[in-house]
Ligand binder design. Structure first.
Ligand code: 5GP
Ligand code: MG
Length: 173
């Protein structure tokens, strides 16, 4: 495996898009306070940047769910960590690194909806619409991409590459 020679999405484009998303989200929620429900681990950098770019009140919490083993989607979703925030009556924005089959997001949406939030929406930095097997779609998308495996800016391959400032395609050789 090796990285693409040039980033698929460079750090400058990521930063600009995160600012745009933060402005859009801040405008949509107006004076409401939101809970950024960060999906661990891949979304931690995106959520940190998004949180700091919002101009509305926001708290942060985390959820960890796993549907992936290496580069293959297994179809099962397990919760490894659940938020400590009392979700009832809160405006929840789920922050995902990437929407692939949509199974993880669907399971998290279902779990959160059952807790009685005032609203729940989904924000994904990256979206692979061609891979979807569920009806889930994101309310906010950073970048739609093709059917390729990407790493960097929080996203890993077997826990590596999260530290990269840009998003790269992982190539099999
Ligand atoms: P889904 O449940 O939508 O199939 O998968 C979502 C999760 O799979 C993402 O949160 C991410 O952890 C992982 N995933 C899906 N596609 C990619 C990818 O291209 N690169 C990386 N690093 N993770 C991915
Ligand atoms: Mg993930």
């Amino acid at each position: 495996m090796r990285l693409s020679d040039t980033p698929l999405i460079d750090a400058v484009r990521i930063a600009a898009r995160v600012r745009q998303l933060a402005n859009e989200i801040s405008a949509d929620y107006a004076q409401s306070e939101i809970v950024l429900l960060t999906v661990l681990k891949g979304s931690f950098l995106f959520a940190a940047d998004l949180l700091r770019a919002l101009s509305i009140g926001a708290t942060i919490d985390f959820v960890q769910a796993r549907s992936y083993d290496g580069t293959n989607s297994t179809g099962e979703v397990h919760f490894l960590y659940l938020p400590e925030t009392a979700i009832a009556g809160k405006h929840v924005l789920i922050v995902e690194d990437i929407l692939d089959t949509g199974r993880t997001a669907a399971a998290i949406l279902e779990h959160i909806a059952a807790l009685g939030p005032a609203s729940v929406r989904l924000c994904a930095l990256l979206d692979k619409p061609a891979r979807r097997v569920t009806a889930v779609s994101a309310d906010y998308v950073g970048f739609p991409i093709g059917d390729e495996f990407v790493v960097g800016y929080g996203l890993d391959y077997e826990e590596r590459y999260r530290e990269l400032p840009a998003v790269y395609t992982l190539l099999s050789e």
